[in-house]
Design a protein around this ligand. Structure first.
Ligand SMILES: Cc1cc2nc3c(=O)[nH]c(=O)nc-3n(C[C@H](O)[C@H](O)[C@H](O)COP(=O)(O)OP(=O)(O)OC[C@H]3O[C@@H](n4cnc5c(N)ncnc54)[C@H](O)[C@@H]3O)c2cc1C
Length: 400
């Protein structure tokens, strides 16, 4: 592979986002003092942070119980987490597993929705259930004063005795620190910045990370670019999810049986799987290794570092790509939580979504919060219902 100079306008250097586990985490006490507020805070029984599928599910279950709440989201529009993913993305779950509690997904049961259809569905979910969502309200700081949670946002300050963080575990891109050592002329981006092949300049593309995002983006680019996919094999679901048997039967076994019922925190198999998954991707769900090969994607081992401007894989392969796309996953990005609830890696300490040491603080949509399905559309409702139940019980307590 020849190194290629590119004249493309560089995208904000993703290596600026480099973090090594806990570097993104602001140490408690380092937040600026609260700004004097012109208006007094808005008060609710519950504030839910995040209006993705997790936050909306929690909102639905709170509303059913008649609990006063508001859902805050930093984005300008509900569904933007999906809208901002790459153009060709389709869900790997068919529509029958893409409806949240109380509203089926409006498509044929075996249809695999596009990411924009999913985004529109979430918007329609808000309207259908009359949920109170405040967009453009990113929470910059969550802390507690006098026994009450306080949330500071650009849209004002909110207070509540109960808070649910429903912002998933995927808010900040995770890159290896050697990303900084790549020469300046190599265009770098994280998978969350990738949209389509037209965005990528000429020359070889190296995708680092061979999980679901890496494999799907590799296929997306293979027709127009020379594509290299680096990373260890994460395994794959042993059938074609869009084939007849896959659609009619096997996908149900995987999503409902395996991901929702079997691989949970209550089963030894689930706990073992969770420990194994930590820091590793899920097995490939849609893409099959043969498909990558047929598309002309070249596989190499994990990238160990950069030497003389070239990437060096553990199998010794050296490359000089024109573009590197880091498909290396995400960090929870909870540095705005100014409460002693995060561990040294910035992960919340909780049991099934209830903060271990902080009464009144809950999570929804976390990576393997209760089961593999906790982060999936088909599984988040069970966790949301549990969280709403805990909140209802807490509010029934004297002084709750
Ligand atoms: C590429 C990809 C494909 C996937 N495909 C599928 C699939 O086919 N089927 C499936 O079931 N699952 C799929 N998933 C998994 C999961 O369904 C999605 O990640 C989904 O977006 C998670 O929803 P969420 O509500 O938990 O988090 P998000 O969708 O990330 O929503 C979190 C919300 O919180 C907001 N937020 C974050 N921080 C703050 C803050 N400080 N203040 C205010 N708001 C904040 C964000 O703006 C965002 O709107 C996929 C995930 C990815 C990455």
């Amino acid at each position: 592979m020849e190194s290629k100079q590119t004249t493309k306008t560089p995208i904000a250097h993703p290596a600026d986002l480099v973090e090594a586990g806990n570097a993104l985490r602001t140490q408690p006490g380092t937040f600026p003092p609260p700004v004097a507020l012109a208006q007094s805070p808005e008060r609710y029984q519950v504030v839910v942070i995040g209006a993705g599928q997790a936050g909306l599910s929690v909102g639905y279950h709170l509303k059913r119980r008649g609990i006063d709440h508001v859902i805050l989201d930093g984005a300008e529009r509900v569904g933007n987490a999906w809208r901002n993913r790459w153009d060709s993305l389709r869900l790997f779950t068919p529509a029958k597993f893409d409806g949240l509690d109380g509203l089926r997904f409006p498509a044929a049961r075996d249809h695999f929705p596009t990411k924009d259809e999913m985004a529109d569905y979430l918007e329609s979910y808000v309207a259908h259930h009359g949920l109170t969502v405040r967009t453009g309200a990113r929470v910059d700081r969550l802390h507690r004063a006098n026994g009450i949670f306080r949330l500071e946002t650009a849209a004002g300050c909110f207070e509540a005795p109960q808070v649910v963080v429903a912002a998933a575990s995927y808010q900040a891109p995770r890159l290896p620190d050697f990303a900084r050592a790549l020469p300046d002329e190599v265009v770098q981006m994280h998978s969350h910045q990738y949209r389509n092949p037209a965005q990528i300049g000429d020359g070889p593309v190296l995708l680092v990370g061979a999980g679901n995002s890496g494999a799907e983006i590799a296929i997306d680019l293979a027709e127009t670019h020379e594509v290299w996919l680096a990373g260890r094999a994460v395994g794959h679901i042993p059938f074609d999810i869009s084939g007849f048997m896959g659609r009619k039967m096997l996908i149900r076994l995987v999503i409902r049986g395996l991901f929702h019922r079997l691989l949970t925190m209550r089963t030894p198999m689930g706990r073992k799987f969770r420990a194994k998954m930590h820091g590793h991707g899920m097995p490939l769900i849609r893409t099959r290794p043969g498909q990558l090969e047929r598309a002309g994607v070249r596989r190499i081992g994990r990238i160990a570092g950069i030497e003389d401007g070239e990437t060096v894989a553990v199998d010794g392969t050296r490359l000089a790509p024109a573009t590197v796309i880091w498909c290396t996953g995400f960090h929870p990005g909870f540095d705005w939580i100014d409460l002693p609830v995060l561990d040294a890696q910035g992960e919340p300490q909780h049991r099934f979504g209830r903060a271990t040491d902080i009464d009144g603080l809950y999570f929804a949509g976390l990576h393997f919060q209760y089961a593999v399905s906790s982060t999936m559309v088909a599984g988040v409702g069970r966790d949301a219902r549990r969280v709403a139940g805990w909140i209802a019980a807490a509010l029934r307590q004297p002084g709750g």
